[in-house]
Design a protein around this ligand. Structure first.
Ligand code: GDP
Length: 385
């Protein structure tokens, strides 16, 4: 992965002018980090480049991409914040400053100090939410390259990720990052269980895939008969969610049926309910398992219809139904909700009002300095689920 590939990908939604600014930021960062290497032995610049790449996938705005490329220059090189500001402007400098400060925070992982950790993160978010989004991408890439760290660091970083960064990703609805970080964390914190689940899943994989293939064909035919366009896919469950199910409900692996779930993505809300009807006529729904998160979205904006039916083999089969727009929100949460001005591509982003609750929390935290009091005053269980 080099800058050329990044620019190629970014060209799908950035204008030439923005692409030039991204290239300039890359060259600036490359020069600043020149001679530095990562623990893997690779040139350091590959890290900020990878972070920028994650943000391009999330379709973040150009300032975020530039700040991602520059996120370590103030902390790790002789470049000053003023120099960043002169060359890339005040917003970009503010983001880099936020990330530099966040880098210096020593998170405490003991349970009773959690409140203080969250407050620190929220203070950073209050400045500009993009700081947190870039930080999450940064942490994801560090997790992907965790094998180059010492064993002790691996455990500490994985622990911190699971305790602090995954819940934040969850609350912001950025599931794509949350799930990957959870799985990597488990691999380092409990390798025995992690690999055991991986192996057990592998064993019945072919059988499971054939089964899901048949189910998909069945639904596809029926949808077509009704004139509904839909994309149906099998969705293997994440290792961490299986692990949690086994430990919280004290179940054995072979007692967990729903290793694979189905996802139906259609064009509009009307088709979501139509698809639900079709599935419920094909297989009997299990009582109490239907959830309408379209009519009642989750606080992180997640929307979908959930149902569990008794599948053709008599086993429970979990199904999610959503539109393409909901799918994007399910993967990228708040990052999918930047509003762009008509006719322009990827300018400065602003968040839509859909996360009003989040704004309120940020306002609230400005008014109080005491971490415990702040968490208490939030009433809603912000970081627990
Ligand atoms: P429920 O009992 O039907 O509400 O479902 P769960 O909370 O057990 O979630 C079932 C599945 O829905 C999960 O495995 C996820 O794939 C998906 N899901 C639930 N909540 C969210 C969410 O906030 N974001 C995303 N992306 N997926 C979610």
């Amino acid at each position: 992965m080099g800058i050329e590939q990044l620019l190629e990908k970014a060209a799908h939604y950035f204008k030439e002018n923005d692409l030039n600014r991204i290239k300039e930021a890359y060259e600036f960062a490359e020069q600043a980090h020149h001679g530095q290497v990562r623990k893997s032995g690779e040139p350091y610049i590959l890290h900020p480049l990878a972070v920028a790449d994650i943000l391009v996938d999330m379709q973040m705005d150009v300032t975020s991409i530039i700040a991602a490329l520059l996120h370590d220059v103030v902390e790790d090189t002789t470049v000053s914040l003023e120099a960043v500001q002169d060359k890339f402007g005040p917003t970009c400098a503010m983001l880099v400053d936020g990330l530099t400060k966040l880098e210096r925070i020593k998170f405490k992982t003991k349970e009773e100090q959690q409140n203080e950790n969250y407050r620190k993160m929220l203070v950073a978010m209050a400045q500009d939410m993009r700081v947190i989004l870039i930080k999450l991408a940064d942490r994801l890439h560090n997790m992907r390259t965790l094998k180059y760290q010492s064993e002790e660091s691996q455990r500490r970083i994985a622990d911190e990720t699971l305790e602090i960064f995954c819940p934040i990703a969850h609350r912001l609805g950025i599931s794509a990052i949350k799930w990957e970080m959870e799985d990597i964390s488990l691999r380092y914190l409990n390798p025995q269980q992690y690999y055991r689940i991986v192996n057990l899943m592998q064993k019945k994989r072919t059988e499971r895939e054939q089964y899901i293939e048949d189910v998909i064909t069945n639904i596809k035919d029926k949808l077509r008969e009704m004139g509904i366009e839909g994309d149906i896919s099998g969705r293997p469950k994440h290792i961490y969610s299986i692990y949690k199910k086994m430990s919280s409900r004290n179940k054995q692996f072979n007692e967990i049926y729903d290793l694979m779930a189905l996802r139906v993505v259609v064009d509009n809300i009307k088709d979501c309910y139509a698809a639900l009807g079709i599935i419920h006529t094909l297989w009997k729904p299990m009582p109490g398992r239907f959830k309408d998160y379209i009519a009642m979205p989750k606080p992180n904006m997640y929307q979908s219809l959930h149902t569990t039916v008794i599948g053709p083999k008599g086993e429970p089969l979990e199904v999610q139904i959503r539109t393409w727009e909901m799918h994007k929100t399910a993967e990228y949460g708040i990052a999918a909700h930047w509003t762009y001005k008509e006719g322009t591509t990827a300018p400065e982003g602003t968040f839509s009002d859909k996360m009003q609750w989040f704004r309120e929390i940020l306002e609230l935290q400005k008014e109080t300095d005491n971490a415990a009091e702040f968490m208490e005053s939030m009433k809603m269980d912000f970081f627990t689920d």
